[in-house]
Write a protein that binds this ligand. Structure first.
Ligand code: AMP
Length: 435
């Protein structure tokens, strides 16, 4: 099956072929035809599957197919909402790239940067607007956008937007949109909250889904390296140095932890930068650019900051600390092995994190192989301590008392857990992040 046979116009095919894509990915094959027919979509797809082109290409085609000659300012005809600034920037870049031979105008708005240049662009008129919800509402408040002519709405990474506490902002935006429109909702996971939103929004949607949800792509090799907490940094430096890794994305649970690790790695002679929500947009963009260009070898990131990062062919992802929420593990390791490339995801796991590891393995429905690195065997006399759940999980109670390694009981690394349920109460800390 080729892009040509999907019914996209020559300008789009030219842009796609210049990107070097030879065939559509599974999500593109499934999503493009119903979107072209004007149907609503409920899309289950993670980043890395090619979903951005999956909705952008038919969106552009549809806008071209119904081009309206209106006098005065061009109305916004397509609105794409994303949870984070980085994802907004990446989607906007895709819209530009795929639409480069079309006479459509697009722009992106997100927080953390001055609002005035965005206003100038909006006032000149755009057909397609990519936005984070908070900044979009700022523009609504300042009358720089009119959403009453939107024909196509895309909610990208809807699960993440809800996790980040954007539901009220989203509902406010929805109230400003025409009732009659095409809605495309993409989400990596389907919680009850997402299903509710989909029920409210979508009219007999086409369901498109690739790779079972909440499962990790086969092409990603996963491994756990058991290690004592105090020796994680040393082990990370050892792994990077001895394997001569050139580009590693490392996850920590907290912003503070990300800063500290990046400083420590620099002290070890490994160039590193941190990316998290407390950094200015300029600092985040620079860290990402330096990482992409190879100027820094290690990018240390928190979950929210890393969401949506599109770094092609990222070979290694390291979970320096396991995430508090098992689903985040899937998102984290989705940074590697993208669009058909091989990837390697390793987790440095100390005894305190065994309950988190079991949550993850339950979600994946399989065990992750454990490999002890010579010289870094965990000290069996060290007892598990409660994890400092930092920013995201501050208000969280551990959801399963029985799973917490307490009372000096040392759970075995291989042990299977028989406790029920998954982590609830996902963090709500992110709402400022994308503003
Ligand atoms: P996404 O899931 O939209 O973030 O896309 C993941 C990566 O796959 C991006 O780097 C895209 O440029 C790339 N990609 C998208 N569609 C294709 C395709 N048909 N063939 C090869 N790579 C693609």
């Amino acid at each position: 099956m080729s892009f040509e046979s999907l019914g996209l116009r020559a300008e789009l095919l030219r842009a796609v072929s210049e990107k070097g894509y030879t065939a559509p990915t599974p999500i593109q094959l499934q999503a493009i035809p119903p979107i072209l027919e004007g149907r609503d979509i409920m899309g289950g797809a993670q980043t890395g599957t090619g979903k951005t082109a999956g909705f952008t290409l038919p969106l552009l085609e549809r806008l071209m197919g119904s081009t309206k000659q209106e006098s005065g300012r061009r109305p916004i005809r397509a609105l794409v909402l994303t949870p984070t600034r980085e994802l907004a920037a990446q989607v906007a870049e895709s819209v530009q790239t795929y639409g480069r031979y079309l006479p459509l105008k697009s722009t992106v708005v997100f927080g953390g940067v001055s609002i005035n240049p965005q206003k100038m662009k909006l006032i000149k008129g755009v057909d397609i607007l990519v936005a984070t919800p908070g900044r979009l509402l700022d523009h609504v408040g300042q009358n720089s956008v009119n959403l009453s002519k939107v024909e196509i709405l895309v909610l990208d990474e809807a699960d993440r937007m809800l996790d980040m506490g954007f539901i009220r902002d989203i509902r406010k935006v929805l109230a400003l949109l025409p009732k009659q429109k095409q809605t495309l909702l993409f989400s990596a996971t389907f919680s009850d909250e997402i299903k509710q939103l989909a029920n409210d929004l979508l009219r007999s949607p086409a369901l498109v889904e690739v790779a079972q949800r909440n499962t990790t792509a086969e092409r990603i090799t996963q491994v756990v390296h058991p290690v004592d907490n105090k020796r994680k940094r040393e082990l990370l430096s050892h792994l990077i140095g001895s394997n001569n890794w050139k580009q590693v994305l490392v996850f920590t649970r907290t912003k503070h932890g990300a800063n500290r690790l990046s400083e420590q790695l620099s002290t070890d002679g490994i160039t590193a930068a941190a990316i998290h929500g407390n950094k200015s947009q300029g600092a985040r963009t620079k860290a990402l650019a330096d990482f992409k260009s190879g100027k820094v070898r290690v990018l240390v990131a928190t979950d929210i900051a890393a969401r949506g990062l599109d770094i092609n062919q990222l070979p290694h992802v390291v979970n320096y600390e396991l995430p508090n929420v098992a689903e985040d593990y899937v998102h984290r390791i989705g940074r590697t092995g993208r669009a058909g490339n091989e990837g390697e995801a390793m987790s440095l796991v100390c005894v305190d994190e065994l309950a988190l590891l079991r949550d993850i393995e339950r979600l994946l429905k399989r065990e992750i192989p454990k490999v002890v690195i010579e010289g870094y065997q965990p000290d069996p006399s060290i007892k598990a301590e409660p994890i400092n759940r930092g920013g995201r999980g501050r208000q969280q109670q551990p959801s399963r008392k029985s799973a917490s390694p307490r009372n000096g009981q040392r759970p075995a690394f291989k042990g299977r857990s028989n406790n029920q349920g998954r982590s609830q109460n996902r963090g709500r800390q992110g709402s400022q992040e994308a503003r």
